[in-house]
Design a protein around this ligand. Structure first.
Ligand SMILES: [Zn+2]
Ligand SMILES: [Zn+2]
Length: 327
C-alpha cells in the first residue's frame, strides 16, 4: 500500500487494506487479543508495585515523581521531538540547552541519537527501514504480536544504529548539542540521583531518600519509557485515523495525558512540523501548552502553530470529498 502516490488512494487504503488492526474492518477477536497483550502485563506491574512496597509511598515521593516525570517528559516531547527532530520553533540558546538536558534526564539515549532514530522513523514510517514499525513481521495476529513487541522496545537492541551524520547533520554541527549528547552518562546520574537527594532533604530521613529514589527514579523512568514506546507501538496499531498519512499512525486518546500530547500521532505524521499535535477540539496537549508559554515569555519564536486550512485539507473526509469532486 505504501508505494501508492495519489493522496486519495492512500486515504482509502488506511481503512480498507487487509487485516488492518484499527482499520474499519478490525474483528472483535483481534481487538480482544490486542487488548490482552496490552493490559495484562500492565496490570502485573501495577499490582507488583503496591504489593512489594506497601506503605512506602509518601506525599514527597508523589511530588518528586510528578515533577521529574513532567520535566524529563516535556524535555523529550518539546525538546527532543518537536524542537530538535522537527524544528517546530526556534529557541534561544538557554532554552535549547535546558530542553536538551531535560530530555536527557528521561534516559532514552543521547539527544542526537534519539533524533536520528526518530527522523528515520518518519522517513520510512511503517515500511522497510523504519527502526520501529509494529507491522515489520506481517499483518496476522502472530506477526503483529511480535511486531508490537519489536516496535515497543526490542528495536532498541538492534545492533545496527541509525547513522547520525546522515540523519542529524544539523545537530552534529551544534557544539552545545554534541557536548550534551557526549555527556549522556552524566545526565543519567543526575536523573537517578536528584530524586534520592530531594527525598532525603524533604523528609530529612534515609527512608525518604530511598523511597524518593524508588518512585522518582525507577518507577518514573520506567513509566515514561513505556509511555514513549507506546507511541511507537500502540499509536501505530490501534486508534483513530482522521488525517491522511501514508502509514498506520493513529490518535490514541487515553494516552494523551501521560504522553503529554504525543499520542495524537496521526496528526503528527500528517503534519510533522506542526508544534501542536492535539489540533482537534478537546485534544489535550500539554507539550503545546509549554511551547505556548515559552512563546509568551519571549524565549522562542517562529512557532509553527496549526493553520486551519492546512489541517482541514489533511482530514480524510475532506480528502475523500476532494477526490469525489475531482472524479
Ligand atoms: Zn510514528
Ligand atoms: Zn515525529
Amino acid at each position: 500500500m505504501v508505494s501508492t502516490t495519489a493522496t486519495e488512494t492512500r486515504s482509502t487504503d488506511l481503512g480498507e487494506s487487509s487485516a488492518t488492526w484499527g482499520g474499519d474492518i478490525q474483528s472483535r477477536k483481534e481487538q480482544v487479543a490486542l487488548a490482552l497483550f496490552i493490559i495484562v502485563p500492565f496490570l502485573a506491574v501495577a499490582a507488583a508495585v503496591p504489593l512489594a512496597w506497601g506503605g512506602w509511598l509518601g506525599w514527597s515521593d508523589v511530588l518528586i515523581m510528578v515533577v521529574m516525570y513532567w520535566v524529563s517528559g516535556h524535555g523529550v516531547t518539546v525538546g527532543f521531538h518537536r524542537l530538535f527532530t522537527h524544528k517546530s520553533f526556534k529557541p534561544n540558546r538557554a532554552v535549547k540547552i535546558a530542553l536538551a538536558v531535560a530530555g536527557s534526564l528521561a534516559i532514552q539515549g543521547p539527544v542526537i541519537r534519539w533524533v536520528a532514530d526518530h527522523r528515520k522513523h518518519h522517513k520510512f514510517s511503517d515500511r522497510d527501514g523504519d527502526p520501529h514499525s509494529p507491522w515489520r513481521y506481517g499483518t496476522d495476529i502472530k506477526a503483529l504480536a511480535k511486531g508490537l513487541w519489536h516496535a515497543h522496545m526490542m528495536w532498541l537492541f538492534n545492533p545496527e544504529q541509525t547513522p547520525q551524520r546522515k540523519y542529524a547533520p544539523d545537530l552534529m554541527k551544534d557544539p552545545d548539542l554534541v557536548r550534551i549528547s557526549r555527556q549522556f552518562p552524566l545526565w543519567v546520574a543526575v536523573s537517578l540521583a536528584t530524586p534520592l537527594i530531594a527525598g532525603g532533604l524533604i523528609t530529612w530521613s534515609w527512608q525518604g531518600a530511598l523511597t524518593g529514589f524508588f518512585w522518582g527514579s525507577l518507577v518514573r523512568v520506567s513509566l515514561l519509557h513505556h509511555v514513549t514506546w507506546s507511541i511507537n507501538s500502540i499509536c501505530h496499531t490501534i486508534g483513530e485515523r482522521p488525517f491522511v498519512s501514508r502509514d498506520k499512525s493513529a490518535n490514541v486518546w487515553w494516552l494523551a495525558i501521560p504522553s503529554m500530547g504525543e499520542s495524537w500521532h496521526n496528526l503528527h505524521h500528517a503534519d510533522p512540523t506542526c508544534a501542536r499535535h492535539g489540533v482537534l477540539r478537546g485534544q489535550l496537549d500539554t507539550s503545546a501548552r509549554v511551547i505556548w508559554a515559552m512563546e509568551k515569555f519571549g524565549w522562542i519564536d517562529d512557532v509553527r502553530w496549526p493553520v486551519k486550512e492546512r489541517i482541514d485539507g489533511k482530514l480524510v473526509k475532506n480528502a475523500k470529498n476532494h477526490a469525489a469532486a475531482a472524479a
